[in-house]
Design a protein around this ligand. Structure first.
Ligand code: NAG
Ligand code: NAG
Ligand code: NAG
Ligand code: NAG
Length: 200
């Protein structure tokens, strides 16, 4: 149960106890950007595994932002919808486990910033200046999303470009699986919370 924390190049940590792992996770809650690679590396209790993360000092890092590593994931919302981006560029949620439009490619484009693309539709998850969440045919500034792990271990995705009265604007799905106007979103609100689920 605890050996998932042992990663390549982590010899100093190869005998970590469960307690150390817990402490590390607590540390990571305080330092989310430094610790979290954004795609589930620290989420191994839910089934992820990582080959590209190393322990540097006390920080767990991933080199994915250097390699342009692309990860296939589903984004499972707190309200239990899989985020989907379909061939018309529609972004919404589905309860179906088999919706091909819910398979996404998450790519690091800068430190802490990702691009999320529907694998089948080729549309990017985007937020425009007005806070509309949509599917963008071409990659652009609307598609740059700040990925951050929140206290409850869910991720949020905020526009890296646009803010609303200096507040971040997040991707969100409401209780009906509809996108929420990003201007109305809050970091603390679970409508903006997603778990990246690795696809086997
Ligand atoms: C896209 O929109 C067209 C016309 O509204 C519709 O017929 C089609 O089913 C939609 N495709 C998807 C994948 O939602
Ligand atoms: C979700 O959003 C849609 C569109 O804005 C709205 O019509 C619906 O009432 C919302 N559902 C809930 C449960 O908030
Ligand atoms: C999501 O959008 C698709 C295509 O427009 C639609 O068929 C589906 O009912 C929508 N799902 C929800 C939960 O709104
Ligand atoms: C979260 O956002 C939804 C939709 O905007 C809203 O109905 C709900 O009251 C918010 N919940 C909290 C705890 O702020």
């Amino acid at each position: 149960m605890c050996k998932w924390e042992v990663t390549k190049g982590a010899s100093a940590w190869s005998h970590v106890s469960c307690l150390s792992v817990l402490l590390l996770l607590l540390l990571c809650s305080a330092l989310p950007v430094a610790c979290h690679d954004g795609h589930g590396t620290l989420r191994s209790p839910r089934g992820a595994s990582s080959s590209s993360s190393v322990v540097v000092g006390r920080h767990v890092r991933s080199y994915s932002h250097l390699t342009g590593d692309v990860r296939k994931r589903k984004l499972f919302s707190y309200q239990k919808f899989f985020l989907r981006i379909d061939q018309n560029g529609t972004v919404n949620g589905t309860k179906s486990k088999d919706d091909p439009f819910s398979i996404l490619e998450i790519k690091s484009v800068d430190v802490g910033i990702v691009a999320i693309k529907g694998l089948d539709s080729n549309y990017y998850l985007a937020i425009n200046k007005k806070g509309v969440v949509y599917g963008a045919k071409e990659f652009g500034t609307d598609c740059k999303l700040i990925e951050r792990i929140e206290e409850n271990r869910y991720n949020t995705y905020a526009s890296a470009e646009w803010r609303n009265k200096k507040k971040p604007m997040f991707v969100g799905l409401n209780n009906s699986g509809k996108t929420v106007r990003a201007k109305k979103t809050r970091r603390k609100n679970t409508t903006t919370h997603f778990l990246p689920i690795p696809i086997p």
